[in-house]
Write a protein that binds this ligand. Structure first.
Ligand code: EPZ
Length: 447
């Protein structure tokens, strides 16, 4: 895909699309297959770049991967796992943070691991200090090298007691994927309990792990000597479902998201209703629509689960530019997640960002010079513009803004959106969007 999209705005999105497995679960379950003595099968797998990256990385380590993208089924046979060549890993890993989660499984299987410098969206510094400290606590020797990090576990890995400074999703997954085969008990306090993590725990339990989650978000894992394969169908991608819901609101449309599930989206649904959106939960998905009239401004703080997810924030901000009055958004998970608002201001939005905490939640970024609060004044008509996509969720927000704007926008760098939104061009077409993909300078193919 050339990465340049022409978008003729002003048409409400209307129709049905399907959302499949959660991007932020599927890649972790694929890594978990490395821990099994038998083959595994994962279903409801979306056809997105992150899945390809992890499949290639597993293949480099000797895992036999068979992927049927149409059927959404991936089978993983880890019985011949071997160390990969550093240069090859780097070639594939560049755009993802998932490689850091290979550490525990590779240390158990091979006694060592090499992890290249990580990629992922630029929405903050995104350090991996929690990950490396956790691996050291399990007994790994961490050696930082020019191209990345080499780890070894000469004495094997032993269960330990870990307290997370912040309920990090990745650090929780790091602990789970390492503790299940470590000797003895591991106790993880201040853990993240996102639905994607609970689905990963379900997968590990199917493999033979012993894991409990207490009411105070302490997770306890009893290490076992052997894990089998798993067969599992991934939970739906609540981030993608929320993104299309916000798109329906911003374009005054009506979208049925087949596959969306209510339990994982309760907080989003409450917020969607407060803004003035309407939704109908059905057996096979959720219908989201703009019921007419004005949208209402709100005060919003992102948080770890069950709070309002940080990945829902960017698409919703576009809808808030169309709401009456002043909305306030306090981003407490990432320190730099309002960069995408530059392009929205260029399209006519009135958004001011602040380094103060504009909310009551405890936040690590107050007075540290991070612009992590935003005030949005609406409604403001959006004008078409030439836009460069900054990151995955910000990029989808730019797409929504272009669809809501009057006139024709040119959105560059849309390849990034392929990382987390399956077949989004087909979905835009199914919803009646007037978009065309530039094949080369001067040529367009109507999509
Ligand atoms: C996961 O990222 C998701 N990515 C993110 O989705 C999601 O926004 C995030 O969790 C929070 O829900 C994947 O699952 C692939 P964290 P992760 O560790 O695990 C700090 C998307 O668009 N931190 O929970 O990297 C970190 O800087 C992506 O799909 C450390 O300080 O997020 C951040 O401020 C974006 N040191 C906070 O914790 C560490 O070692 C939360 O990060 C690790 C994290």
């Amino acid at each position: 895909m050339s990465g340049l999209l022409t978008v003729e705005g002003g048409t409400p999105l209307q129709g049905e699309i399907t959302v499949r497995g959660a991007k932020n679960f599927v890649s972790k379950a694929m890594v978990a297959s490395l821990l099994g003595e038998e083959a595994s099968e994962l279903r409801n797998v979306p056809q997105i770049r992150d899945v390809e990256v992890v499949a290639n990385l597993l293949g480099l380590h000797g895992v036999l991967v068979e992927h049927d993208p149409q059927a959404g089924v991936i089978s993983l046979d880890p019985r011949n796992v071997e160390a990969a060549h550093v240069a090859d890993i780097d070639a594939y890993a560049g755009s993802s943070r998932i490689p850091i989660l290979f550490c525990g499984p590779l240390l158990h299987r091979l006694g060592e691991a090499f992890i290249p410098d990580l990629g992922g969206c630029r929405i903050g510094d995104r350090p991996i200090d929690y990950h490396l400290n956790i691996l050291r606590q399990f007994g790994a020797v961490v050696d930082k090298r020019v191209q990345g990090i080499h780890l070894s576990a000469p004495g094997g890995l032993r269960g330990t007691k870990i307290h997370l400074p912040y309920p990090s999703v990745g650090a929780t997954e790091q602990t789970l994927l390492t503790a299940v085969r470590a000797s003895g008990l591991t106790e993880l306090s201040n853990a993240a309990i996102e639905p994607e993590i609970m689905d990963l725990i379900a997968v590990l339990q199917k493999m033979g792990a012993i894991i409990s989650v207490d009411t105070d978000r302490t997770i306890r894992i009893e290490g076992v000597d052997r894990l089998d394969g798993f067969r599992h169908s991934a939970l739906a991608d609540r981030i993608e479902a929320g993104s299309w819901a916000s798109a329906a609101l911003a374009t005054r449309g009506d979208v049925f998201v087949k596959g969306a599930t209510q339990p994982e989206m309760m907080t989003f649904l409450n917020t969607f209703r407060k803004v003035g959106g309407a939704f109908d939960v059905r057996e096979d998905g959720i219908r989201f629509w703009h019921p007419g009239g004005d949208l209402r401004s709100i005060v919003l703080e992102t948080d770890v689960h069950p709070g309002f997810m940080t990945d829902w924030q960017q698409p919703l901000v576009v809808a808030l530019t169309q709401a009456n009055g002043l909305s306030i958004v306090h981003e407490t998970v990432y320190e730099n997640r309002f960069g995408f608002t530059d392009a929205l201001r260029g399209m006519g939005a009135t958004i001011q960002i602040y380094r103060e905490c504009l909310g009551g939640l405890e936040c690590r970024f107050g007075q540290r010079n991070f612009n992590h609060s935003a005030v949005i004044s609406g409604p403001t008509p959006l004008r078409a513009a030439d836009i460069e996509v900054p990151d995955l969720r910000g990029g989808f927000s730019h797409l929504i803004a272009a669809l809501a704007a009057e006139g024709t926008s040119r959105v560059r760098g849309i390849d990034i959106i392929n990382r987390g939104y399956e077949n989004f061009m087909d979905k835009l077409e199914a919803l009646g969007a007037k978009v065309s993909l530039a094949e080369a300078e001067g040529q367009v193919a109507l999509v």
